[in-house]
Design a protein around this ligand. Structure first.
Ligand SMILES: *Cc1c(COP(=O)(O)O)cnc(C)c1O
Length: 395
């Protein structure tokens, strides 16, 4: 058996590819995994090599073998021309936006985009002369009507943060490309395993590796990939900022990559089971999950996505805030906290009303977002049943 990875991986399935991508035991004394390289200085072999930067690695900020391993594995998984790694998912969003915008440009952003993305657009980008308009996430081909002469980028995210609206990415991409604009997508929910972004028309795709790639709530990481057209600009922007990811975090993400398909499938199945369970509860008005046939975004999800992950929301029937607090405070198995994608279940109350601008947010009751972990489903539903009993008692 050879210790070099299979050379032509194009004929292999995704799971096999993820086992072999980004590591080469023949280059690391036979050890299975790419080691953690830490370092700033890289020594050059000669005056000529230094003068002409003739070396695989030139300086710590531009990459190490550990970084290259994850960059190349993600590029392969996402079907991209290249990938950069950033110290957080939000940095992956901002480096993507900054690589296709300049002063005087107009940017279109989905109204259900990740809220810190909005804060970056309204704060930093506005200060540097980029104007942002928020659009109805379900606009589809209608995005053409919102494009101006100076619209150079359209940011999408599907399903939307908190509220899970689906977006017709191929239709948006077609309309945006007809006007020469760049299409970005925050693909954190699906990962390239469940939505191959560049195949569907996305130019620059963003993944918060903090979520499913980690799978352990133990690191922060962002990945931004680009197709051939936008890769040079993305790499240039990244190099000018030198917002490089930490070596240990990249190593842990490479470890997470090997089991990503299995974990994602399990999170997805568990979440769908819990979503259906919520549909049968009298306290719940609506379940926001695009893989449910009743969901308004289901047709688009079924057409474009290869599966669903572990995050969705519910809208409770109207009840006092104190009842929601009583429900959540007593939960034993659902932690309350931001972020998601780890092995453990989480719940967070949400209200999009204060910041949505394209569509008013008025769902008619309190919203709860659930991240479904790897626990036994019967334990999770028992915990929630007790929670609903507390909610009813306090209503
Ligand atoms: C969490 C998240 C991010 C940001 O990732 P961080 O690593 O926490 O900065 C970006 N987009 C989406 C959709 C997210 O859920």
């Amino acid at each position: 058996m050879s210790i070099t990875p299979p050379r032509d991986r194009s004929r292999l399935g995704t799971r096999t590819r993820l086992v072999h991508a980004g590591r080469d035991p023949s280059q690391q004394h036979g050890f299975v995994n790419t080691p953690i390289y830490r370092g700033s200085t890289v020594l050059y072999e000669s005056y000529d090599a230094l003068k002409n930067r003739r070396a695989d690695y030139t300086y710590g900020t531009t990459g190490t073998p550990t970084v290259r391993a994850l960059e190349s594995a993600w590029t392969e998984l996402a079907g991209a021309a290249g990938t950069v790694l950033t110290p957080s998912g939000l940095a992956a969003v901002t480096v993507g936006l900054l690589s296709c915008l300049k002063a005087g440009d107009h940017l279109l952003v989905s109204d259900s985009a990740y809220r810190p993305t909005r804060i970056f657009c309204d704060g930093f980008l506005a200060r540097f002369g980029v104007e942002t308009t928020y659009y109805d996430p379900t606009v589809g081909a209608g995005i053409a009507g919102l494009m101006r002469d100076n619209t150079t980028a359209v940011l999408t995210e599907a399903p939307g943060s908190q509220s899970f609206e689906m977006q017709d990415i191929p239709a948006i991409a077609e309309a945006a490309h007809a006007r020469g604009a760049c299409v970005l997508m925050d693909n954190t929910w699906a990962t390239p395993l469940l939505f191959p972004p560049h195949e569907r028309g996305v130019d620059i795709a963003i993944e918060a590796g903090t979520k499913y790639l980690s799978g352990g709530s133990d690191l922060l990481l962002g990945l931004t990939s680009a197709n051939a057209r936008y890769w040079p600009a993305l790499r240039r922007t990244f190099d000018q900022f030198a917002i490089c990811a930490g070596a240990e975090d990249v190593f842990l993400a490479l470890r997470g990559l090997r089991t990503l398909p299995l974990r994602l499938r399990e999170h997805g199945e568990q979440a769908l089971r819990l979503a259906r369970w919520f549909q049968g509860r009298p306290e719940v008005a609506r379940v926001l999950h695009p893989a449910l046939p009743e969901d308004p975004g289901h047709a688009i999800w079924a057409r474009d996505f290869l599966g669903s992950s572990g995050l969705f929301s519910i809208i409770l029937k109207p009840c006092p805030e104190a009842a929601v607090a009583a429900m959540l405070d007593g939960l034993e198995l659902f932690g309350m906290g931001f972020s998601w994608g780890g092995f453990e279940s989480l719940v967070i109350p949400f209200d999009c009303a204060p910041y949505r601008t394209a569509n008013p947010w008025a769902p008619g009751g309190p919203g709860l977002r659930f991240q479904v972990g790897l626990e036994d489903m019967e334990d999770l539903t028992r915990d929630l049943e007790a929670g609903f009993a507390r909610l009813r008692a306090a209503s």
